[in-house]
Design a binder for this molecule. Structure first.
Ligand SMILES: NC(=O)c1ccc[n+]([C@@H]2O[C@H](COP(=O)([O-])OP(=O)(O)OC[C@H]3O[C@@H](n4cnc5c(N)ncnc54)[C@H](O)[C@@H]3O)[C@@H](O)[C@H]2O)c1
Length: 358
């Protein structure tokens, strides 16, 4: 390994420039972005200029062959996570792959197996756990203050928030709609806080009542209604082998408010976490003391400038110090397996088993 990690970027659009490259650039003593690849050469060039990267490629395989990389970020649309991730791992390169890890659980199985076989790090880009409120609550829960958490209500709901860029509305390139795109963040955070119990079954329903309607307002830019092939709202009920249950709701469009939060119900206390809330607004605790019911707002939530930057720093730190993946591929597999079951349940009308083996 060179003095500094040699980093390559695969897919250099919005999240690569706004988060991954920014993250690597924030720790110049530890790593250097040496090459950028994108199927669109203009995007690669623009990203490279912005971050002073010397070399660009259209084909990431050429970059892997020539650049002697230590690590890559895979920040392509979901359909193009699998092959670059497997190719990079097989080339002996550590991978930080954006969320969701795959289009479905089978893709994730291949990625997890390859990471295991090659001994390289596979990290999933799930940054919500790196936020201040998330970190505070994880410490609080691990100290036992909520008791056993037996139910959680996880919500990633947007009222009128269909992404007007990229391919987020195209099922063949994304694998699904808000469930797989933003539900993945709040479900990951909820599972992380609960210690990632093993899911056994899930049921759910997905609808597309609003997303195709050209008469409706959208606050996240215009988009082609004819291309809208994903759900606009999905719900799921997930059961775990420790008896816990999570109810999950996610939407790009709905006629309701826009929470991005999860509420955990424990045997001793409850907590609501809103990971992106400012200051000390991210946590509310619900406790009882001497028969007095109390709603408590913690006053020392750590300030995190950017969870995205911190996830990149954690990736680099794990490579340099031989640590396990900060967000393991196996977590990504569990999330995709749950989504597969919810989508299958929506089609069949029946509860589905969740298979997380690989
Ligand atoms: N963690 C987060 O909060 C977050 C936020 C936004 C997007 N994402 C994820 O990041 C990924 C990309 O989303 P985005 O918003 O950056 O999209 P984007 O469209 O802005 O960028 C994707 C880039 O990948 C390039 N590309 C497509 N196929 C490629 C291939 N085979 N090889 C190399 N490059 C290829 C495209 O030309 C484009 O420049 C998605 O998986 C998305 O779910 C995560």
């Amino acid at each position: 390994m060179a003095d500094k990690l040699r980093i390559g970027i695969i897919g250099s659009g919005g999240i690569a420039q706004g988060c991954h490259m920014k993250g690597y650039a924030s720790i110049p003593d530890l790593c250097e972005i040496v090459a950028v690849s994108d199927v669109n050469p203009e995007t690669a060039k623009q990203a490279a200029e912005k971050f002073n990267v010397p070399t660009t490629y259209v084909d990431y395989r050429e970059m892997l062959a020539k650049e002697n990389l230590d690590a890559v970020s895979v920040a392509t649309p979901n359909k193009y996570h699998l092959q670059p991730t497997v190719d990079a791992l097989e080339a002996g390169v550590n991978v930080l792959c954006e969320k969701p890890l795959g289009m479905n659980a089978d893709e994730c199985r291949k990625m997890c197996r390859t990471a295991k076989d090659t001994g390289k790090i596979l990290q999933v880009g799930l940054q919500s756990r790196f936020n201040g409120p998330s970190k505070w609550l994880k410490t609080y829960i691990d100290a036992g203050h909520l008791g056993d958490v037996y139910f959680a209500r996880a919500q990633a709901l947007r009222r009128r928030g269909v992404p007007g860029w990229g391919v987020f509305i195209e099922k063949d390139k994304q694998g699904g709609g808000p469930l797989i795109d933003i539900g993945v963040h709040i479900l990951d955070l909820t599972l992380y806080l609960m210690g990632y119990p093993k899911p056994v079954s899930a049921s759910g329903k997905a609808w597309d009542h609003l997303g195709k309607n050209p008469a409706l307002y959208n606050s996240w830019g215009d988009y082609d209604r004819d291309k809208f092939t994903v759900e606009d709202f999905a719900v799921g009920l997930i059961k775990f082998d420790n008896g816990a249950v999570i109810s999950l709701e996610s939407s790009f469009m709905s006629n309701g408010p826009d929470p991005f939060s999860t509420h955990l119900y424990g045997t001793k206390a409850g907590a609501t976490v809103t990971p992106y809330a400012p200051g000390n607004e991210g946590i509310k605790l619900f406790t009882e003391q001497d028969r007095l019911l109390m709603d408590v707002t913690p006053a020392n939530i750590p300030h995190v400038e950017s969870a995205h930057v911190d996830e990149v720093k954690a990736f680099v730190d794990a490579i340099l110090h031989d640590k396990p993946s900060p967000v393991p591929g196996e977590n990504g597999l569990i999330l995709n397996a749950i989504f597969d079951a919810i989508y299958a349940s929506s089609e069949s009308g029946k509860e589905q088993q969740v298979d997380v083996s690989f």
